[in-house]
Write a protein that binds this ligand. Sequence first.
Ligand code: 4GX
Length: 252
Amino acid sequence: MRIDVITLFPELFSAHLVHGVTRRAFEPGRIDVHLWPLRDFGDPPHARVDDRPYGGGPGMVLLVEPLERALAAVRAARDEAAPAPVVSFSPAGTLLRQPTVEQLAAGPGAILLCGRYEGIDQRFIDAHVDRELSIGDYVLSGGELPALVLLDALARLQPGVLGDARSHQQDSFSAGLLDHPHYSRPERLADGTGVPEELLSGNHAAIAAWRREQSLALTAERRPDLLDAARAEGLLGPADEAALARKPPRTL
Ligand code: 4GX
Protein backbone atom coordinates (compact mmCIF):
# COMPACT_ATOMS: atom_id res chain seq x y z
CA MET A 1 0.00 0.00 0.00
CA ARG A 2 1.15 3.50 -0.76
CA ILE A 3 0.26 6.64 1.23
CA ASP A 4 1.08 10.10 -0.12
CA VAL A 5 0.92 13.02 2.30
CA ILE A 6 0.62 16.62 1.12
CA THR A 7 1.67 18.85 4.01
CA LEU A 8 3.33 22.14 4.95
CA PHE A 9 5.16 20.30 7.76
CA PRO A 10 6.68 17.05 6.42
CA GLU A 11 9.15 17.00 9.34
CA LEU A 12 6.27 16.26 11.73
CA PHE A 13 6.01 12.77 10.21
CA SER A 14 9.59 11.52 10.32
CA ALA A 15 9.83 10.55 14.01
CA HIS A 16 6.70 8.45 13.76
CA LEU A 17 7.90 6.66 10.65
CA VAL A 18 11.24 5.58 12.16
CA HIS A 19 10.37 4.79 15.80
CA GLY A 20 8.17 2.52 17.83
CA VAL A 21 6.40 -0.74 17.10
CA THR A 22 4.77 0.69 13.99
CA ARG A 23 8.17 1.46 12.42
CA ARG A 24 8.13 -2.00 10.82
CA ALA A 25 4.94 -1.10 8.98
CA PHE A 26 6.84 1.56 7.07
CA GLU A 27 9.65 -0.71 5.90
CA PRO A 28 9.86 -1.57 2.17
CA GLY A 29 7.03 -3.75 0.91
CA ARG A 30 4.53 -2.60 3.51
CA ILE A 31 3.22 0.98 3.76
CA ASP A 32 5.22 3.12 1.41
CA VAL A 33 4.83 6.71 2.72
CA HIS A 34 5.74 9.60 0.43
CA LEU A 35 5.81 13.13 1.84
CA TRP A 36 5.08 16.07 -0.44
CA PRO A 37 5.94 19.51 0.98
CA LEU A 38 3.17 21.81 -0.20
CA ARG A 39 5.61 24.75 -0.15
CA ASP A 40 7.42 23.14 -3.11
CA PHE A 41 4.29 23.79 -5.19
CA GLY A 42 3.68 27.38 -4.01
CA ASP A 43 3.17 30.40 -6.24
CA PRO A 44 6.28 32.38 -7.15
CA PRO A 45 8.09 34.54 -6.23
CA HIS A 46 7.80 33.46 -2.56
CA ALA A 47 6.17 30.04 -2.93
CA ARG A 48 2.88 31.36 -1.58
CA VAL A 49 0.42 28.62 -0.60
CA ASP A 50 -2.22 30.63 1.28
CA ASP A 51 -4.10 33.91 1.14
CA ARG A 52 -6.82 35.86 2.94
CA PRO A 53 -10.42 34.66 2.77
CA TYR A 54 -12.93 36.38 0.49
CA GLY A 55 -15.56 38.00 2.67
CA GLY A 56 -12.98 38.84 5.28
CA GLY A 57 -12.36 37.37 8.67
CA PRO A 58 -9.39 35.96 10.51
CA GLY A 59 -6.85 33.48 9.23
CA MET A 60 -5.71 32.24 5.88
CA VAL A 61 -6.98 29.76 3.30
CA LEU A 62 -4.90 27.24 1.32
CA LEU A 63 -4.90 28.19 -2.36
CA VAL A 64 -6.35 25.92 -5.06
CA GLU A 65 -3.49 26.16 -7.54
CA PRO A 66 -0.58 24.99 -5.31
CA LEU A 67 -2.81 22.16 -4.07
CA GLU A 68 -3.66 21.16 -7.65
CA ARG A 69 0.03 21.17 -8.65
CA ALA A 70 0.89 19.00 -5.64
CA LEU A 71 -1.96 16.59 -6.37
CA ALA A 72 -0.92 16.32 -10.04
CA ALA A 73 2.64 15.45 -8.96
CA VAL A 74 1.29 12.78 -6.57
CA ARG A 75 -1.01 11.31 -9.22
CA ALA A 76 1.88 11.19 -11.73
CA ALA A 77 4.00 9.26 -9.20
CA ARG A 78 1.28 6.74 -8.33
CA ASP A 79 0.00 3.70 -10.20
CA GLU A 80 -2.96 5.05 -12.20
CA ALA A 81 -4.48 1.58 -12.46
CA ALA A 82 -5.23 1.62 -8.73
CA PRO A 83 -6.61 5.11 -8.05
CA ALA A 84 -6.46 6.04 -4.38
CA PRO A 85 -8.95 8.29 -2.57
CA VAL A 86 -7.96 11.83 -1.65
CA VAL A 87 -8.61 12.23 2.08
CA SER A 88 -8.59 15.50 3.99
CA PHE A 89 -9.04 16.15 7.69
CA SER A 90 -11.44 18.58 9.26
CA PRO A 91 -13.77 18.74 12.27
CA ALA A 92 -16.55 18.76 9.66
CA GLY A 93 -15.51 15.30 8.38
CA THR A 94 -17.12 12.00 9.21
CA LEU A 95 -15.74 10.54 12.42
CA LEU A 96 -12.84 8.16 11.76
CA ARG A 97 -13.81 4.72 13.03
CA GLN A 98 -12.17 1.30 12.81
CA PRO A 99 -14.29 0.07 9.83
CA THR A 100 -12.98 3.01 7.75
CA VAL A 101 -9.41 2.17 8.81
CA GLU A 102 -9.97 -1.47 7.80
CA GLN A 103 -11.48 -0.40 4.47
CA LEU A 104 -8.51 1.84 3.69
CA ALA A 105 -6.06 -0.88 4.81
CA ALA A 106 -7.60 -3.25 2.26
CA GLY A 107 -7.20 -0.81 -0.65
CA PRO A 108 -4.33 0.71 -2.66
CA GLY A 109 -3.70 3.42 -0.04
CA ALA A 110 -4.65 7.07 0.03
CA ILE A 111 -3.55 10.61 -0.72
CA LEU A 112 -3.73 12.52 2.57
CA LEU A 113 -4.15 16.28 2.44
CA CYS A 114 -3.21 18.09 5.64
CA GLY A 115 -4.84 21.52 5.83
CA ARG A 116 -3.55 24.36 7.96
CA TYR A 117 -4.89 27.78 8.82
CA GLU A 118 -8.64 28.25 8.63
CA GLY A 119 -8.95 25.66 5.91
CA ILE A 120 -8.80 24.79 2.27
CA ASP A 121 -10.47 26.68 -0.60
CA GLN A 122 -13.79 24.87 -0.97
CA ARG A 123 -13.36 24.60 -4.75
CA PHE A 124 -10.40 22.26 -4.26
CA ILE A 125 -12.39 20.12 -1.82
CA ASP A 126 -15.38 19.98 -4.18
CA ALA A 127 -13.24 19.04 -7.19
CA HIS A 128 -10.72 16.62 -5.66
CA VAL A 129 -11.41 15.44 -2.11
CA ASP A 130 -13.16 12.07 -1.95
CA ARG A 131 -13.46 11.84 1.78
CA GLU A 132 -13.27 14.30 4.68
CA LEU A 133 -12.48 12.65 8.00
CA SER A 134 -12.52 13.97 11.57
CA ILE A 135 -10.63 12.39 14.45
CA GLY A 136 -12.92 13.93 17.06
CA ASP A 137 -14.81 16.97 18.27
CA TYR A 138 -11.98 19.33 19.12
CA VAL A 139 -10.09 21.88 17.06
CA LEU A 140 -6.49 21.25 16.04
CA SER A 141 -4.12 23.62 14.27
CA GLY A 142 -3.68 21.38 11.22
CA GLY A 143 -4.37 18.05 9.58
CA GLU A 144 -0.94 16.54 10.32
CA LEU A 145 -1.86 14.95 13.65
CA PRO A 146 -5.06 13.44 12.18
CA ALA A 147 -2.98 12.06 9.27
CA LEU A 148 -0.55 10.52 11.79
CA VAL A 149 -3.48 9.03 13.69
CA LEU A 150 -4.72 7.39 10.49
CA LEU A 151 -1.19 6.20 9.59
CA ASP A 152 -0.79 4.63 13.04
CA ALA A 153 -4.16 2.89 12.83
CA LEU A 154 -3.24 1.55 9.35
CA ALA A 155 0.28 0.54 10.49
CA ARG A 156 -0.87 -1.78 13.23
CA LEU A 157 -3.11 -3.65 10.77
CA GLN A 158 -0.17 -4.58 8.51
CA PRO A 159 0.68 -8.29 8.69
CA GLY A 160 3.64 -8.96 10.98
CA VAL A 161 3.62 -5.52 12.63
CA LEU A 162 1.96 -6.52 15.87
CA GLY A 163 3.71 -9.36 17.65
CA ASP A 164 0.71 -11.59 17.42
CA ALA A 165 -1.71 -11.57 14.48
CA ARG A 166 -4.56 -12.27 16.90
CA SER A 167 -3.99 -9.04 18.83
CA HIS A 168 -5.88 -6.91 16.36
CA GLN A 169 -8.65 -9.39 15.74
CA GLN A 170 -9.48 -9.35 19.43
CA ASP A 171 -8.97 -5.70 20.25
CA SER A 172 -11.55 -3.01 20.75
CA PHE A 173 -13.84 -2.40 17.80
CA SER A 174 -12.82 -5.38 15.67
CA ALA A 175 -15.24 -7.29 17.84
CA GLY A 176 -17.50 -4.23 18.01
CA LEU A 177 -16.99 -4.02 21.78
CA LEU A 178 -14.53 -2.28 24.11
CA ASP A 179 -11.58 -4.35 25.25
CA HIS A 180 -11.55 -6.17 28.60
CA PRO A 181 -9.11 -5.14 31.38
CA HIS A 182 -5.58 -6.58 31.37
CA TYR A 183 -3.37 -7.65 34.30
CA SER A 184 0.23 -8.74 34.66
CA ARG A 185 2.72 -9.50 37.43
CA PRO A 186 2.92 -9.27 40.36
CA GLU A 187 -0.13 -11.28 41.35
CA ARG A 188 -0.42 -9.19 44.51
CA LEU A 189 0.69 -5.55 44.85
CA ALA A 190 2.31 -4.17 48.02
CA ASP A 191 -1.06 -2.65 48.99
CA GLY A 192 -2.67 -6.08 48.72
CA THR A 193 -4.53 -5.50 45.42
CA GLY A 194 -4.84 -8.77 43.53
CA VAL A 195 -5.83 -10.00 40.07
CA PRO A 196 -9.35 -11.28 39.22
CA GLU A 197 -9.34 -14.95 40.23
CA GLU A 198 -10.77 -16.10 36.87
CA LEU A 199 -7.51 -15.07 35.17
CA LEU A 200 -5.47 -17.22 37.56
CA SER A 201 -7.67 -20.30 37.18
CA GLY A 202 -5.86 -21.77 34.17
CA ASN A 203 -9.34 -22.59 32.79
CA HIS A 204 -9.28 -21.15 29.27
CA ALA A 205 -13.04 -21.29 28.80
CA ALA A 206 -13.62 -19.53 32.12
CA ILE A 207 -11.02 -16.88 31.21
CA ALA A 208 -12.63 -16.28 27.81
CA ALA A 209 -16.08 -16.03 29.41
CA TRP A 210 -14.82 -13.57 32.05
CA ARG A 211 -13.16 -11.39 29.43
CA ARG A 212 -16.25 -11.39 27.22
CA GLU A 213 -18.44 -10.42 30.20
CA GLN A 214 -16.06 -7.62 31.10
CA SER A 215 -16.12 -6.32 27.51
CA LEU A 216 -19.90 -6.45 27.42
CA ALA A 217 -20.33 -4.71 30.82
CA LEU A 218 -17.76 -2.00 30.01
CA THR A 219 -19.32 -1.36 26.59
CA ALA A 220 -22.82 -1.23 28.10
CA GLU A 221 -21.64 1.27 30.71
CA ARG A 222 -19.38 3.52 28.67
CA ARG A 223 -20.52 3.13 25.06
CA PRO A 224 -24.13 1.96 24.85
CA ASP A 225 -24.09 3.18 21.21
CA LEU A 226 -21.45 0.56 20.37
CA LEU A 227 -23.40 -2.15 22.16
CA ASP A 228 -26.53 -1.30 20.18
CA ALA A 229 -24.51 -1.36 16.94
CA ALA A 230 -22.93 -4.74 17.82
CA ARG A 231 -26.40 -6.11 18.57
CA ALA A 232 -27.78 -4.78 15.27
CA GLU A 233 -24.89 -6.45 13.43
CA GLY A 234 -25.69 -9.78 15.03
CA LEU A 235 -22.42 -9.85 16.99
CA LEU A 236 -24.12 -10.71 20.30
CA GLY A 237 -25.20 -14.27 21.00
CA PRO A 238 -27.59 -15.68 23.63
CA ALA A 239 -24.73 -16.11 26.16
CA ASP A 240 -23.86 -12.43 25.69
CA GLU A 241 -27.44 -11.33 26.27
CA ALA A 242 -27.60 -13.53 29.37
CA ALA A 243 -24.39 -11.95 30.70
CA LEU A 244 -25.77 -8.45 30.07
CA ALA A 245 -29.02 -9.35 31.81
CA ARG A 246 -27.05 -10.52 34.88
CA LYS A 247 -25.08 -7.27 34.90
CA PRO A 248 -27.44 -4.47 33.82
CA PRO A 249 -25.75 -1.27 32.60
CA ARG A 250 -25.27 1.34 35.28
CA THR A 251 -27.59 4.28 34.71
CA LEU A 252 -25.94 7.67 35.21
N1 4GX B 1 -10.19 16.05 12.99
N2 4GX B 1 -8.34 20.27 12.17
C1 4GX B 1 -7.69 20.67 9.81
C2 4GX B 1 -7.52 22.95 8.93
C3 4GX B 1 -8.69 22.74 8.04
C4 4GX B 1 -9.92 23.35 8.29
C5 4GX B 1 -10.97 23.11 7.43
C6 4GX B 1 -9.53 21.69 6.15
C7 4GX B 1 -10.76 22.31 6.33
C8 4GX B 1 -9.38 18.07 12.76
C9 4GX B 1 -10.09 17.20 13.62
C10 4GX B 1 -9.05 19.47 13.04
C11 4GX B 1 -8.25 21.69 12.42
C12 4GX B 1 -7.55 19.78 11.05
C13 4GX B 1 -8.41 22.51 11.16
N3 4GX B 1 -8.51 21.93 6.99
N4 4GX B 1 -9.11 17.39 11.66
N5 4GX B 1 -7.50 22.07 10.12
N6 4GX B 1 -10.58 17.48 14.82
O1 4GX B 1 -9.45 19.98 14.06
O2 4GX B 1 -9.60 16.15 11.80
